[in-house]
Ligand binder design. Sequence first.
Ligand code: ZN
Length: 261
Amino acid sequence: MGWILALIALISDLHSNLEALDAVLRDVEAQKPDTIVCLGDIVGYGASPRDVILRTREVCQVVLQGNHDAALLDDRDAAGFNERALRAIEWTRAALDAEREENWPLWDWLGGLVPSMDATPDAGAETVHLVHASPRHPLAEYLMPNFGPENERVAGSFAAARHRLTYYGHTHHPGWFAEGDAFRRAVDNDASLKIEPGRRYMINVGSVGQPRDGDPRSSYALFDGETVRWRRVAYDHQAAGRRILEAGLPASLAERLLVGR
Ligand code: ZN
């Protein structure tokens, strides 16, 4: 403490929503972070997989694989997906036609991602654990916002966390678990959390492409080594929804963007 550490921007759950990603990246750029991290679920649900993959690959220094990215590559990872999620994966496979040579680098890149990683933002900075879903099952375990501290998944995840601070996504609910406490929601733009020395946390950065906490604005987080700050960014969700309908994807995937559910 006492000196300025590197600033990290953490985005997650983009879900092929280019309108949301572009708006978030404009806000991220204005914060001038040293590093941009993506916690996975680049594809699934939305209508712009190709452009979202290209943008993510271009701007993020660290990218994890999410369960939708994994399901695109291997049907076994789609076990448990509901009907509309499955339809979106099928649609995405067709859109990223693997028969076409121009798409091969995208498939190679997605196939090389992993769902868990340690990251040290700067020399001398504290190493943090980055996962898509949870420290114990990094690809697909849900740490839901209604879970209390005694919940087996929460306790098991704290036990499996490799470092004091874990960053995750997957539920699309921004907020945090401090060890021993229930989940606290990060409500509204610029909600913040001051990290207490010696305490363990699991911090959810929220979702860029499909928020589910009732606020349709995109969510992402900034971390300067001492404080986590969540940003909420409005974007043209009407346009994103229109393109989902034009693509022939389930209408409910467009409708949920309007209400953030
Ligand atoms: Zn997701």
